[in-house]
Write a protein that binds this ligand. Structure first.
Ligand code: 6PG
Length: 504
């Protein structure tokens, strides 16, 4: 048994785990690694020996006890295993070897309620527990993810130097990612895309909202692609070039960038573009659904985020859709001229919808912090999403600034910059949706975002009638516009003498 001690340990050598280990090793940390299937550990160590300059800083173990024993105290152990039962099983097997003060960090996409429970269980036993969102996929994990840790301030202070070192770096002023990372040569300086989000499940909650935004961002981009294909008659490559151009402006983001690349990718098996050969049935692992159901539970109108989840569900009904396409009628699609003008209108519609989608995500976090007793710093959350994560985008710098200027901002759409974009863009946005509707093309994300915008800016809505209906059939009471809020009335709607009673 070697007498070397690691700075940190990591359990779970799937793709994310392996890359996070190498990232930590690149930054000079000694990392102990363990995987339930020992062959995976051996394979990873072989890979490190042959390809990784930081191989000396990766220490592999085949026994969990031995792995734990070779980590400096208080131990920091990162778990990157399958979320849910996989996490509980790994935690249970780890518990007998831990000592008071040891910190376990769950880096998986855990449900924040599970994280709250686990944090309580660990704290009761004298250990620390951090639930940390990790975003950025394989490349992010290797060269700099966005990290969203939730847990006690004490546990965070132990983990902080490592998390700051390995997180993505952006220019603190422009928010632009600092490039140049390559194995063994990490980026020096810059703003590190991590911050203590709050206690218990706060980090995983924020990561979940990140994913909800990721869903709607992807759906919006897909609708823009579809309109350019169906309404403007453009080929994949041309649409890809359009996305490349958009990536240089306000819409600049990782998802727009990869969309440009994806659309110009040839199919290695045929003479088509690959995207034209990919089945139109979207998968999902559940974090978008969690975001939408949290919004429903908390009564937050995150309709566009929910719509993105439903859009994936509808897409997955492939066989039903194929059948229905032969028997449910719709208009013939009329391909438009004026490609440049319409292209710009679609870009505008995308940008306006995207602002609404992010506004919904932030509104959701604002409500959640009240309910779960957190104090979230929205400027900081936006700032750590500027680099490393899947939704990284140049406009996150605008969001950061908006919350730095007014930390208690009621809604992102009210910030002067966004208000102006929406005011200037709304005509084109409406025209695009109208054209899609007339041509029978579904744009659920574009139109639900617009409905949110129009609903939010409406001083009056038809909910007065809903209240009347509720009172009519169920005596659920209503408030009156000519009386103070909080006074409730009921009318005996069907009685001969319709007398209104004050109910409270
Ligand atoms: C990230 C991603 C990641 C997520 C995938 C797949 O931030 O790196 O959000 O955590 O698991 O994007 O999610 P779906 O399978 O649900 O699309």
């Amino acid at each position: 048994m070697s007498n070397e001690y690691a700075d940190i340990g990591l359990i779970g050598l799937a793709v994310m785990g392996q890359n996070l280990v190498l990232n930590m090793a690149d930054h000079g940390y000694k990392v102990a690694v363990f995987n339930r299937t020992t062959e995976k550990t051996r394979e990873f160590l072989r890979h490190c020996r042959d390809h990784e300059p930081s191989v000396d800083r990766v220490l592999g173990y085949e026994e969990l006890e031995e792995f734990v024993a070779h980590i400096k105290r208080p131990r920091k152990i990162v778990l990157l295993v399958k979320a849910g039962t996989g996490t509980d099983a790994a935690l249970n097997s780890l518990l007998p070897f831990l000592e008071p003060g040891d910190i376990v960090v769950d880096g998986g996409n855990a449900h924040w309620m599970d994280t709250r429970r686990r944090e309580r269980e660990f704290t009761d036993k004298g250990f620390e527990f951090i639930g940390s969102g990790v975003s950025g996929g394989e490349t992010g994990a290797r060269f700099g993810p966005s990290l969203m840790p939730g847990g006690s301030a004490k546990a965070w202070s132990s983990l902080e130097p490592i998390w700051r070192a390995i997180a993505a770096k952006v220019d603190p002023v422009t928010g632009q990612p600092l490039e140049g990372a390559e194995p063994g040569k990490p980026v020096e300086g810059g703003f590190s895309c991590t911050a203590h989000i709050g206690p218990d499940g706060a980090g995983h909650y924020v990561k979940m909202v990140h994913n909800g935004i990721e869903y709607i961002d992807m759906q919006l981009i897909s609708e823009a692609y579809w309109l350019m294909k169906k309404l403007l008659g453009l080929k994949s490559e041309q649409i890809g070039e359009q996305f490349d151009a958009w990536n240089k402006g306000d819409l600049g983001s990782y998802l727009i960038q990869i969309t440009g690349e994806i659309l110009q990718q040839q199919d290695p098996e045929s003479d088509s573009y690959l995207v034209d050969k990919i089945l139109d049935a979207a998968g999902q692992k559940g974090t978008g659904l969690w975001t939408a159901s949290s919004a429903l539970e908390l009564g937050v109108p995150a309709n566009a985020i929910a719509e993105a989840v439903f859009a994936r569900a509808l897409s997955s009904l492939k066989e039903e859709r194929v059948f229905a396409s032969s028997c449910l009628s719709g208009p013939a699609i009329e391909v438009q001229t004026g490609i440049e003008e319409w292209g710009e209108a679609i870009r505008t519609a995308l940008y306006c919808s995207k602002i609404c989608a992010y506004a919904q995500g932030f509104q959701l976090m604002k409500e959640a912090q009240k309910v779960y007793g957190w104090q979230l710093d929205f400027g900081t959350i936006a700032s750590i999403w500027r680099g490393g994560c899947i939704i990284r985008a140049s406009f996150l710098n605008r969001i950061t600034q908006a919350y730095q200027e007014v930390p208690a901002l009621g809604n992102l759409m009210l910030a002067p910059y966004f208000r102006q974009i929406l005011a200037e863009g709304q005509t084109a946005w409406r025209k695009v949706i109208a054209l899609a509707v007339v041509n029978g093309l579904p744009v659920p994300a574009f139109s639900s975002a617009l409905a949110y915008y129009d609903g939010y800016r409406s001083a009056d809505l038809p909910a007065n009638l809903i209240q009347a209906q509720r009172d009519y059939f169920g005596a659920h009471t209503y408030e009156r516009t000519d009386q103070p809020r909080g006074r409730f009335f009921h009318l005996e709607w069907t009685a001969e003498q319709r007398v209104q009673r004050v109910e409270g």
